[in-house]
Design a protein around this ligand. Sequence first.
Ligand code: ADP
Ligand code: ADP
Ligand code: MG
Length: 457
Amino acid sequence: MITKVLIANRGEIAVRIIRACREYGVRTVAVCSEADRSALHAQIADETVCIGPAASKDSYLNVKNILSACEITGANAVHPGFGFLSENAAFARACAKCSIEFIGPSADAIDRMGNKAQAKETMRSAGVPVVPGSDGIVETVEDARRIAGEIGYPVMVKASAGGGGRGIRLVRDEEELAPSMLAAQQEALSFFGDSGVYIEKFIEDPRHIEIQILADKFGNIIHLGERDCSMQRRNQKVLEESPSPAAFMTQELREKMGRAAILAAKAVNYHSAGTIEFLVDRYGNFYFMEMNTRIQVEHPITELVTGVDIVKEQLRIADGRFLSYSQRDIRLSGHAIECRINAENPSQGFRPSPGTIRALYMPGGPGVRIDSAMYAGYTIPPYYDSMIAKLITYAGSREEAIAKMKWALAEFIVDGVDTNIEFQLNLLRDEDFERAEYDIGFLNRKKFSGSSGGAKA
Ligand code: ADP
Ligand code: ADP
Ligand code: MG
């Protein structure tokens, strides 16, 4: 039985997990780097252990020190959050070896989804639609030419070990193929230590729509509907909504995608929370892209429209309990939107803006949720991700959720560092956004400014 959970992460997600542990009735251990001693997560946990210097590789990625911290404090479970060690199969295996419950899927499931070319193969044989492309890794330019010719240009060359938008190249015609393939292979080698690439058809102006699933250790799997994450800048999500406001989204398509996601999870014997990402074209054809075998940044919007506490379910599942819900219990109601608030300057190429928060006012009221680790006087260190808060609104309709978000953004004051709050406001004012007409290329085509003066909804 889980009695004490060590949270191997920092920032808002560490705070989110500590809160869930408290409600679940287990004790918490925070870990922090030397740069994070005054961070909120390090202050609110029952115990805190410093695990190394500021650089992530010496602290939040330091497996040896994290396992030692479990030993010292008697923590018998680890929650990895997102990023850092969350999708690291070797870490999951090391926890198991020390009889520490890894709050996530098995190391084997992480392995099978981590190699993206192999994951696509697994999905294809499970009957899940995948983006048309090569059967696994493409070794030579001759093979690439033949395959690209068969599926038709434009195509994408993608790193099999990839993540975070790295090692991906768009190829418009045969002339570009050889140089782009080489570039993708080199980037893949330097980022992931693995030059393997695969080829897939470039889907024109798709939406990114993902399905949240929950699975227990007894083979029960449910889905919690979809999130539309098409609002992206350089393959990074900026704003998410649930349900998807796309014109093609129907209850029928939702159920079809939900069934495909459950098939995907079954194929790798999945347990815990997970997300299956799909690309969806304008006709509503959907294609498996990848599975994220962890809690996701944007999980709160699903929590609001379903009423399910996803992190608490992760704890229950890891503890060997049955899912609290069956598929029949899950009904989407209302509409939720999340804006990622980053310490960055949109008018200077989104350059990160670490520093001390002098004054802070966070909005509230009915239907407004903030997940953050900020407080007045806190100094945002320069070493980690620039996301400092998630502002989430929930209302009966999309229109109302947007109106709430505009006022919440306008009220939000973070004094001392630059933020993307005004950029988000300008995005929300866009007519195409209001009409829900956007795809993954939207932010590349439109040029929103980030400093339009006073914030007025
Ligand atoms: P989500 O799918 O949950 O929105 P993101 O792509 O925004 O996930 O990534 C969540 C966090 O994980 C971010 O802090 C990001 O920097 C980090 N991250 C994503 N991919 C990788 C990777 N391959 N290696 C390390 N960190 C990553
Ligand atoms: P990562 O592991 O880096 O997140 P993904 O496979 O999820 O890589 O792709 C990242 C993003 O690139 C997607 O969210 C989408 O915007 C774009 N993308 C990926 N594959 C395709 C494709 N075949 N056609 C069009 N866009 C794509
Ligand atoms: Mg992805």
